[in-house]
Ligand binder design. Structure first.
Ligand code: ADP
Ligand code: MG
Length: 381
């Protein structure tokens, strides 16, 4: 009887979307989700758990329990889920899809569209605005390797080896060197972090999601001489491609990013025949479902002394209205400790890259104008 049921299940799953899955012993208990307000809590049902917790993905052997580890472990997650590979989005789709739909507020028939043409950007950030620097990054992952939460040690090594060769093909202003984290001189590492170029370890979400396994092996940073074009290897995504420079010339930063992405993609393709992971509906695939689509965050570091007096809560609320997101100047997990804020686009999916950059430029100009008024009100100006 059990054999017949198992065979029927396998036939059913094969016919549908699980043709590349591996089956293991069913997980007996429905997990306790500590993040009561998370989307995992909202959408994970006993039925989904019973069907999907017994499946392991083929690319990296990832499971549903691993995917939702942050929601199980912590009480403060909004989504609470990561993908371990491309397969995860398909195989665990009954959980991922409603979460993605709600988080990105997408209509069912949504299709991602990309626009990396800098000439489509209109206007610029007010030259009077106290902008220290501009940075635009995208995440990219390569076909056939697990995503950071699931990637095997061997796959991670292969990604690094591949990228070392790929970086050699970059030319012109993109030319640079790759610096592995392992063996990096501690003062060099600290300086790179301090200057906002390099990631660091210790983010609790990344750790629980399995992204710091074997740290620091196979992680590193590529950058050109001027440190205006950088690629992080094997952090939250296999690749974070970054363009940044001092001042507020967003168009120039975007133009360099656009060329850089195309050059890296071409080189990876030439070496392996593989492309970046892309889905017509979800756009570029990332380990975190909040990054799906463009995977792009365009930010400026700007002084907002007026908004600083109003408090971070007020700034956050205003940014929401403008489709922006505020962070402190030391990044997502660094807190905020000065009048300098990181202001970026809030959305990743549902809008093209150009649209998101435009939202950032227009929103920052508004915040700057409002900041002058607030400075007057608070007697700073
Ligand atoms: P990401 O979205 O790339 O993961 P994080 O918030 O983790 O961003 O920040 C990564 C690093 O990038 C941090 O050191 C942060 O200070 C730096 N950074 C972000 N925006 C800017 C900017 N406009 N100028 C300079 N550095 C920036
Ligand atoms: Mg980050």
């Amino acid at each position: 009887m059990i054999v017949i049921v198992a065979l029927c299940l396998i036939t059913y799953l094969r016919k549908n979307k699980y043709e590349t899955a591996i089956f293991k012993e069913p997980e007996p208990d429905f997990p306790e989700i500590r993040s009561k307000n998370s989307l995992v809590k909202k959408y994970l049902t006993p039925d989904i758990w019973n069907r999907l917790s017994r499946i392991q993905t083929e690319t990296s052997g990832f499971t549903l329990r691993q995917a939702i580890a942050p929601a199980i472990e912590f009480d403060d997650q909004h989504t609470g889920i990561y993908a371990g590979d491309e397969d995860s989005y398909r195989i665990f789709g009954d959980l991922f899809n409603p979460i993605i739909g709600e988080y990105h507020r997408l209509p069912a028939d949504f299709r991602h569209n990309s626009d990396m043409d800098a000439s489509h950007i209109s206007g610029t950030i007010d030259p009077g605005a106290p902008v220290h620097s501009t940075r635009i990054r995208v995440g990219r992952n390569i076909q056939g390797f697990g995503l950071s939460p699931g990637i095997t040690r061997k796959q991670r090594q292969e990604v690094e080896t591949l990228m070392k060769t790929a970086f050699n093909d970059l030319s012109g202003d993109l030319t640079g060197n790759y610096y592995p984290l392992q063996g990096m001189d501690e003062s060099t590492r600290q300086k790179l972090v301090q200057d906002h170029f390099l990631f660091m370890s210790g983010d609790k979400n990344l750790i629980v999601a399995g992204m710091e396994r074997d740290w620091p092996e196979s992680r590193g940073i590529f950058h050109n001489q001027a440190k205006t074009f950088l690629v992080w290897v094997n952090e939250e995504d296999q690749l974070r491609i970054i363009s940044m420079q001092n001042g507020g010339d967003v168009k120039q930063v975007f133009e360099r990013l656009s060329r850089g992405i195309a050059a890296v993609q071409k080189s990876v393709k030439q070496i392996t025949g593989r492309d970046f992971l892309f889905d017509t509906k979800l756009g570029y695939l990332h380990s975190c479902p909040t990054n799906l689509g463009t995977g792009m965050r365009a930010s400026v570091h700007i002084d907002l002394p007026g908004w600083n007096r109003e408090g971070f809560g007020s700034l956050k609320k205003r940014c929401q209205e403008l489709n922006l997101q505020p962070r402190g100047q030391h990044g997502e997990s660094g807190g905020h400790d000065s009048i300098t804020y990181d202001i970026s686009n809030k959305h990743r999916l549902g809008y093209s890259e150009v649209e998101l950059v435009q939202t950032m430029i227009d929103g920052v100009n508004k915040l700057y104008k409002e900041d002058l008024e607030l400075q007057k009100r608070h007697g700073i100006l």
